[in-house]
Design a protein around this ligand. Structure first.
Ligand SMILES: [Zn+2]
Length: 299
């Protein structure tokens, strides 16, 4: 039923806002037209392409659950003009293959960069690949190679921009290494799997994975999985609850409440990049919040 939230009309509004004066200004004939389905990949392309690219992202509303989004025919039409399409893959957007095949007929040939393919993930794996440390550098290199090939005149500029991006995310790896040193093996839990790869990189022991899968797929968690989760919180078997603000329902909100009552520190995370933040700011803020929570600070 939650699908109703992501109505077609909401998407048309989104579509209109994507073509606000700022973006249409940038759509000159010289720029390379890019659609990055998820907004963090969109930001990446903007950083790598600077003034030579025009980028549109579809998933950028932090109040919407991206797993449940449906694409409108209007969005399908915007795909027709893109020279590059960047998206997550691993079945993160089940609507995308349908949309691509329906708009394929009228489209000029374009390049697709699929994050999942670059890091060896497939449907059924945890789809939140932008929390996997290897993903952004891999997507950045692929996007940069495409830009150099399409627009060799600006090759040197693209190289500088790629180096700058790779440097900008180094503090994330440093923070992960630092957390790993202190907190490897510590038990934590989460309402949904969005932070899974990051928790794995830090070496945290993740509890209640079946509950997280149910929350992601909008299915009912089993009574046994709910009971195990509640027990973990009430008896403080876990150091932290990681809470996905963008994939919440009655069962996840219930866990949030129990965590609060049981004084288990909570870390709030999101699926899409918040407005006004860069990828590395977003990730570092979440990692810093996790650090405070692991130190026992209740938020
Ligand atoms: Zn998710």
């Amino acid at each position: 039923m939650k699908r109703l939230i992501a109505t077609v009309s909401a998407l048309i509004i989104l579509y209109i806002s994507l073509f606000s004066p700022t973006s249409s200004q940038a759509t000159s004939h010289q720029t390379i037209q890019v659609i990055a389905v998820e907004n963090f990949y969109g930001e990446l392309v903007k950083m790598l392409g600077g003034p030579y690219v025009s980028v549109i992202s579809i998933l950028s509303n932090p109040n919407q659950d991206p797993h449940l989004l449906e694409a409108s025919p209007k969005i399908a039409r915007t795909y027709a003009s893109a020279q590059l399409l960047v998206y997550n893959g691993a079945n993160y957007n089940p609507w995308l293959p349908r949309l691509l095949s329906s708009s394929r007929k009228n489209r000029k040939p374009h390049t697709e960069i699929v994050a999942a393919d670059l890091v060896g993930k497939k449907p059924g794996d945890n789809p939140h690949l932008w929390y996997l440390p290897a993903t952004m550098p891999a997507v950045a290199r692929a996007v940069s190679a495409f830009l150099v090939q399409t627009d060799p005149a600006h090759k040197a500029d693209y190289a500088v921009r790629l180096t700058r991006f790779i440097d900008s995310i180094k503090p994330i790896d440093q923070k992960i290494a630092e957390l790993r040193q202190y907190y490897q093996g510590e038990p934590v839990t989460a309402t949904e799997s969005v932070f899974g790869y990051m928790a794995e990189a830090i070496g945290l022991t993740m509890h209640n994975k079946r509950f997280q899968l149910a929350a992601m797929n909008e299915t009912e968690p089993s009574a046994a999985d709910v009971a195990a989760f509640e027990h973990d919180l009430r008896t403080r078997q876990v150091r932290v609850l990681i809470y996905n603000n963008q994939a919440s329902d009655m069962s996840t909100q219930r866990m949030l409440k129990i965590a609060q009552q049981s004084h288990v520190p909570i870390v709030h995370v999101t699926e899409t990049e918040p407005d006004g933040k860069t990828y590395h700011q977003w990730m570092l803020e979440q990692l810093n919040a996790l650090q405070r929570a692991l130190e026992g600070q209740v938020q």
